[in-house]
Design a protein. Structure first.
Length: 677
């Protein structure tokens, strides 16, 4: 989604969160009675004598270290020193991403009957000129005056204010108020205002302490040219949405000329971020999953709103943000009926996004829906909400859900000359009053010669009020001065040159430009937050030893199950292979580990990969199945084990359901987890 001004994604919480105070370094495994997700960040510990910030840093370091070591993701082109803002997903990362996207397709495309498309990343300039990206998709940048290093101006000011607020013990209440105010209005500052504040506070280049240039706009699109001539400019798309808008006419036809309908697209987006940071959260190439739901602007009700209206979750309406209050738990049905959320369809998608994220494993207490402040919204938007997820970097915008009215289709209609409209056939013809403007080509030609066409078009484009004012003036005075923007001057229009009338007409249908409601998902951001929300530590075998676990729900776990022979014996290996075959036939991703490592080490390794179930072959007729989070084990017949695993990993049964059906197995000391060397 293009906003006229880009919005910083790490908004300051208007009310400061409670200090993080528990004297433990990292989130430990919650007691068994709690959900498998790790404890909320707010209860994450600060080390004795340490600060919340150091605790957050330690937590992030532990997560990132595990992710990179286990090849979930790594910096791209690492052997050549890497490139900021570009990352590769390794095998488990790819599997998690594929699972997230498969669930997205199931939850949105399949369940809502959306029309999926797949458009090119390389986009001709004309498309992005029409959408406004060529002129307005910019961030304000400053340069180190000596080295030429580039920084985002608002990030430097934000870091300065946050640093002062967090670390400066000598800050007066007035200064603190000023810094807080700047954080709140950061997105609203012009280049001049940002530059003035940077100068006033003496902010310099963070790496060299050199002076900085004045801020100036930098377009974030990667430019290219299409074909060898270099004459056809293009860009790598900064979002997938435009591909859907330009196909509206065909998609509407494909849908039987009926509204509402939604189109969806998953694909890569490219943004040449000025100073990418925060790992997967701000990158230069990322996967977007976008929905464009086209709806009649006069009827934004949704037939399935009742399915989500009882949901209750954290919402942060703009009034609460501006009054310095915190997000509160609201019932979605009330938020729509009381007008907090603009319309049912927007509310429906907010509810569906909530269900999607929480079913993936995002902690509902660290998920909020924040409404855009008036200054954040594009002038044409009716209402916008961001699904923000709290992680060690703060509250991160992961999904934007916007009612963009008819802006995008109108922009492409105007530029391409192709009418991107819908129509509603009336059951009975309706009598309507219509403004009819009929310019006289002959009179205009005689008076204005070569300028005739532009004046004619300007007359035809008049709105109702302007036309009626002209009619009144022509009737009373016989002529009127008329501004023609395309000529850049006023011309005198005489009564003989145009007739303006209100006529009664019978209409059989109504033509209109549909509104679009757009949920836009940053898949990398969701995945990173999921990694943090699922990560926890639990004590190992040795004293003081802490083991890393990713408590992924089976739905997103990269590998659903492991198979280990307890000891290296041929008869156990035969059974392990037989089970592996059955798992493959059932479509369950798994690994079979025949290494002679101790079972404890093998458990520790798969826990770090977030594998929910482990089968240990300690017998030729029955085997044990271990649940990652509770470490409980049951004994299951060899022939049954693949279907038991499938039941749990497909979500048909929970582990608790299964525990009732099979005898428990007590783990021996040898099976306790050990850290890998
Ligand atoms: P926007 O079109 O700016 O509203 O972005 C749509 C979604 O894309 C956001 O909600 C983010 O989740 C994601 N996103 C935007 N910029 C980036 C980036 N540089 N890196 C990763 N994800 C991004």
């Amino acid at each position: 989604m293009l906003l006229l001004r880009r919005v910083c994604f790490l908004l300051p919480s208007p009310s400061p969160r409670a200090p993080l105070a528990k004297p433990l370094p990292l989130p430990l495994r919650p007691p068994r009675t709690l959900a498998p997700a790790a404890r909320p960040l707010a209860s994450m510990a600060a080390p004795a004598g340490g600060t919340a910030a150091t605790s957050r840093d330690a937590f992030r370091a532990a997560v990132t270290n595990t992710l990179e070591r286990r090849l979930f993701f790594v910096p791209s082109f690492k052997i050549y020193g890497g490139v900021a803002g570009l990352y590769d997903y390794g095998p488990p990362g790819c599997a998690v991403k594929a699972n997230v996207l498969a669930f997205w397709r199931q939850h949105f495309v399949l369940e809502e009957g959306m029309l999926e498309v797949d458009c090119p990343c390389v986009t001709p300039e004309v498309v992005l000129k029409a959408s406004g990206h060529v002129d307005k998709f910019t961030d304000l940048m400053v340069k180190d005056e000596k080295t030429g290093n580039c920084y985002r101006a608002d990030h430097l000011l934000k870091d300065f204010c946050k640093d002062k607020l967090e670390k400066d013990q000598t800050l007066s209440p007035e200064q603190a108020e000023e810094y807080n105010k700047i954080l709140a209005i950061l997105d609203d500052l012009s280049a001049e205002q940002l530059g003035a504040k940077i100068k006033e506070y003496g902010i310099v280049a963070p790496d060299t302490k050199n002076p900085l240039s004045d801020p100036y706009p930098f377009n974030l699109m990667f430019q290219t040219s299409i074909g060898p001539s270099g004459l056809s400019p293009g860009y790598m798309r900064p979002e997938t949405a435009q591909g859907i808008f330009v196909n509206f006419k065909d998609l509407y036809y494909y849908n039987g000329n009926k509204l509402p309908f939604a189109a969806a697209q998953i694909g890569q987006a490219f943004r040449n971020e000025i100073s990418p940071r925060q790992g997967l959260l701000r990158v230069r190439e990322f996967t977007l999953a976008e929905i464009e739901h086209f709806v009649d602007p006069e009827d934004k009700s949704h037939p399935k709103f009742g399915d989500v209206s009882d949901l209750e979750f954290l919402m942060f309406p703009r009034e609460d943000q501006m009054a310095g209050r915190s997000a509160t738990r609201l019932k979605l049905g009330n938020a729509v009926s009381e007008g907090t959320v603009n319309n049912e369809t927007l509310g429906y998608f907010i509810g569906r996004v909530y269900l999607f994220l929480t079913q993936l494993g995002i902690d509902k207490d660290r998920l909020r829906f924040r409404q855009h402040l008036p200054n954040e919204m594009a002038h044409y938007a009716a209402d916008c909400w961001d699904a923000e997820i709290e992680c060690s970097y703060g509250w991160i915008e992961c999904v934007g859900i916007a009612d963009r009215s008819a802006y995008d289709l109108r922009a492409h209609s105007d530029k391409s000359g192709e009418k991107l409209e819908a129509h509603e056939k009336f059951a009975e013809p309706r009598e309507v009053e219509k403004l009819v403007i009929t310019p006289s080509k002959k009179e205009l030609g005689l008076a204005f010669k070569g300028n005739q066409r532009m004046i004619l078009e300007a007359l035809e484009a008049m709105g109702e009020t302007e036309a009626l004012e002209m009619k009144a003036a022509l009737e009373s005075k016989g002529e009127v001065e008329f501004k023609v923007c395309t000529l850049g001057k006023d011309v005198t229009i005489k009564k003989s040159m145009v007739s303006i009338n209100i006529e009664k007409k019978k209409e059989h249908q109504r033509k209109f430009t549909p509104s679009v409601i757009e949920p836009s998902f940053g898949i990398g951001r969701i995945i990173y937050c999921l990694f943090e929300h699922c990560f926890y530590l639990r004590p190992g075998k040795a004293e003081d030893e802490q083991l890393n676990v990713f408590g992924f729900p089976p739905l997103v776990a990269p590998i659903k199950c492991t198979v280990f022979p307890l000891v290296k014996l041929e008869k156990f290996e035969v059974v392990a292979k037989k089970i592996s075959k059955a798992l493959t036939a059932a479509g369950i991703s798994h690994i079979i580990d025949m290494t002679g490592n101790t079972i404890g080490k093998r458990y520790a390794r798969t826990d770090e990969l977030g594998v929910p179930l482990a089968i240990t072959v300690d017998n030729t007729t029955s085997v044990t199945v271990r649940d990652r989070d509770s470490k409980d084990q049951i004994r299951v017949e060899v022939d049954e084990v693949a279907s038991v695993v499938k039941e749990v990993t497909d979500g048909q049964s929970t582990w608790a359901d299964i525990m009732w059906r099979y005898p428990a197995h007590t783990a021996s000391v040898a099976e306790d987890e050990e850290a890998e060397p």
